[in-house]
Design a protein around this ligand. Structure first.
Ligand code: GSH
Length: 222
């Protein structure tokens, strides 16, 4: 039995996508975010102390952390792996997605939340100035560097690791989707956009969207 614990508008759509690509049967257990804080319900902590999504129950184990889950599935099924000669690139992007690209995106989500936070009117200029300072001195520069690097890496390429679609493309999809939703200061990124259109047109991604909904949360915590 394979059971996917899926949080709405989250990274766990990636796992549904991978299972659809692999053609595996699975049960989907859906969780809703808190309407105001947008946080996950505590009930997932019964499965893992951090209660973060996705969570996969498979082969009598509970596996967390998207990269670890995808690696488990790729090893188990022998599919979605690196193309011949592209193993190092595959491993790099599998780690880079959560290890590097997500940090400035998360920070941007936090500073957006600070900007829109309900505070007394006389505090508002201060909270806005703090958010602007963090974005100006760190977040926006990091976003420009990382998503500029991704744009450059995709020049003349169909996929992240070699000529074939792999789990590295699934893993990289979430930061890239989030960057288009949250980092409107970034310049046009034709290579990244073409890659995103290409992978999102895959039937397995479309099925994952139908089952799990949009991966990106648009509203910021209030
Ligand atoms: N690096 C982890 C991140 C896990 C994570 O933070 N998941 C988010 C969903 S996008 C979550 O569960 N958030 C719930 C919360 O913050 O309350 C992974 O890739 O699995």
């Amino acid at each position: 039995m394979i059971r996917v614990h899926h949080l709405e508008t989250s990274r766990s759509t990636r796992l549904i996508w991978a299972l659809e690509e692999l053609g595996l049967d699975y049960e989907l257990v859906a969780y809703q975010r808190h309407p105001e804080t947008k946080r996950a319900p505590d009930s997932a902590k019964a499965l893992h102390p951090l209660g973060r999504f996705p969570i996969l129950e498979i082969d009598g184990k509970v596996i967390v952390e998207s990269g670890a889950i995808l690696t488990y599935l790729v090893d188990r099924e022998g599919k979605l792996c690196a193309a011949v000669g592209a193993k190092e690139e595959y491993t790099y992007w599998m780690h880079y997605a959560e290890g590097s690209a997500m940090l400035p995106l998360l920070l941007k989500l936090v500073t957006s939340g600070v900007r829109t936070a309900k505070v007394p009117f006389f505090i508002k200029p201060i909270t806005k100035a703090i958010a602007a300072k963090i974005d100006g001195t760190f977040t926006d520069g990091e976003l420009t560097a990382h998503f500029g690097w991704i744009e450059e890496a995709l020049e003349g390429r169909m996929y992240f690791a070699g000529d074939t679609f792999s789990a590295a493309d699934i893993q990289m999809s979430y930061p890239i989707q989030a960057s288009f939703a949250r980092a409107d200061m970034l310049p046009d990124r034709p290579n990244t956009k073409a890659w995103l259109d290409r992978v999102q047109s895959r039937p397995a991604f479309q099925r994952a969207l139908k089952k799990g909904g949009e991966p990106i949360m648009t509203g910021t915590p209030t």
